[in-house]
Design a protein around this ligand. Structure first.
Ligand SMILES: O=C(O)C1=C[C@@H](OP(=O)(O)O)[C@@H](O)[C@H](O)C1
Ligand SMILES: C=C(OP(=O)(O)O)C(=O)O
Length: 424
């Protein structure tokens, strides 16, 4: 079916990855940090709640959020001897970045969350933290729920880490490293971590907060350092922008995304080159990013190892390409919000699609799709996938769209404005 061309200007909320790193670094800083244009979503709130439970004070102010660090927190949420509860929801950033902070405090902190987070990998990180001096009780399961017994500090030191299941393990160690007594040296073992831009983001933000991280290939060193960044502005989330940026490829027309940064460590910036490869055009200027498309999509073989979180949106577009496509390098998506490879193969298949799982990705052979329910497994990015499919397939019902609140509570009205634009 020929879709109605889109023509929209949109603004997406702040980056989840930058917001939650900024909150953590602010909580470890010497003084208060004003974080401007932060994301306000389920994952961001879970992060603020976790930091508050561990003694930080987080104030919503007109300009954004002001975080008063753990060290100056007037009161912790718990009385001495009481176990602090941290709810991680299904937020990878909360699950991976906050346990180390609990080691710095003096309480017992119990971490748990949605059923899905109990299935997401965290074992290699917990083992590394224990080697750096954290006292962690996980009954040897390497999964939530687990308790971190705060000992008032983290000695630090050298550790080997297999971060191939998630780059967030490495980011977690690097983020806490300046607050450790001896600093942290991490030597990566096993296959390369995914999401290299997110590692660059961690190093960049550590520098912005005054730390001096060093990297030599697979070895990282962060010496102890006082952190400070009184004023930090969060970039728009370019991965949240993905469905909007890709919409003109499926529907034709144009979408402008305001505030697209000239330079960024966000993986979503790769969308600019992807759009060209799939047959559209993307122009970055003072107005932001403008993407145009004709509704015709070129197939492509794509290694998404570095930008795995974009896979669900990209897979939707490739279902309408002029030839079969292969997505590779993303075996780790089986440990994301849900097993994304299984979910995409199953749900695209349920609409008539020919999508099969490979060892490390998906093979997508374009065939006509039909109406039906697109199940979303409490995964925000699958809601976005279903929305994209709806541009070309009448009668796609996206199950539980509210789950998109993990990163973009306003997604549904924003998408409706894109799709139901007033006619000229
Ligand atoms: O550090 C981060 O903010 C993230 C890293 C990536 O995790 P993985 O390396 O586990 O894919 C990414 O997929 C996730 O959405 C956010
Ligand atoms: C993998 C993702 O999230 P999380 O931060 O929970 O890992 C994602 O947003 O695609």
């Amino acid at each position: 079916m020929a879709a109605t061309p889109v023509d929209a200007s949109i603004r997406v909320p702040g980056s989840k990855s930058i917001t939650n790193r900024a909150f953590v670094l602010a909580a470890l800083s010497a003084g208060p940090t004003l974080i401007r244009e932060p994301l306000d979503s389920r994952d961001a709130r879970l992060m603020l709640d976790a930091l508050t439970a561990m003694g930080a004070r987080c104030e919503r102010v007109a300009e954004g959020v002001r975080v008063h660090p753990v060290t100056t927190g007037a009161e912790t949420a718990a009385t001495p001897g009481e176990t602090v509860e941290v709810a991680m929801g299904n937020a990878g950033t909360v699950a991976r970045f906050t346990p180390a902070l609990a080691a710095l405090g003096t309480h017992d902190v119990r971490f748990d969350g949605d059923a899905a987070i109990r299935r997401r990998p965290v074992g290699p990180l917990l083992r590394a933290l224990a080697e750096l001096g954290a006292d962690i009780d996980d009954d040897g399961r390497g999964a939530p729920p687990f308790i971190v017994h705060g000992r008032g500090g983290l000695p630090g030191g050298s550790v080997e880490l297999d971060s191939s299941a998630s780059s967030q393990f490495l980011s977690a160690l690097l983020l806490v490293a300046p607050a450790t007594e001896r600093g942290v040296t991490v030597r990566l073992v096993g296959s390369a971590p995914p999401s290299e831009p997110h590692i660059a983001m961690t190093l960049d933000m550590l520098r912005r907060f005054g730390a001096r991280p060093e990297r030599s290939g697979t070895e990282f060193h962060v010496p102890p350092a006082p952190l400070s960044c009184p004023d930090y502005t969060v970039e728009p989330d370019l991965s949240t922008a993905a469905p909007f940026v890709l919409a003109p490829l499926l529907a034709g027309g144009a979408v402008r995304v305001a505030g697209w940064p000239d330079e960024t460590t966000q993986p979503g910036d790769w969308l600019r080159s992807l759009v060209g490869e799939l047959g559209g055009s993307a122009v970055l200027d003072d107005a932001g990013l403008t993407v145009t498309g004709s509704g015709a999509v070129r197939g492509a073989d794509l290694d998404l190892h570095e930008v795995g979180e974009l896979t669900p949106a990209v897979a939707a577009v490739l279902c309408f390409a002029d030839r079969p496509s292969v997505i590779s390098g993303v075996a780790h998506l089986r440990g994301h919000e849900t097993d994304r490879l299984a979910a995409l193969a199953t749900e695209l298949g349920a609409l008539g699609g020919n999508v099969t799982e490979t060892e490390d990705g998906l093979r997508i052979s374009p065939v006509p799709l039909h109406s039906g329910t697109f199940r979303t497994y409490e995964d925000h990015r699958l809601v976005m996938t279903g929305a994209l499919l709806g541009l070309r397939v009448p009668g796609v019902e996206v199950e539980n769209p509210g789950t998109v609140a993990k990163t973009f509570p306003g997604f549904v009205p924003a998408w409706e404005r894109l799709v139901n634009r007033p006619r000229d």
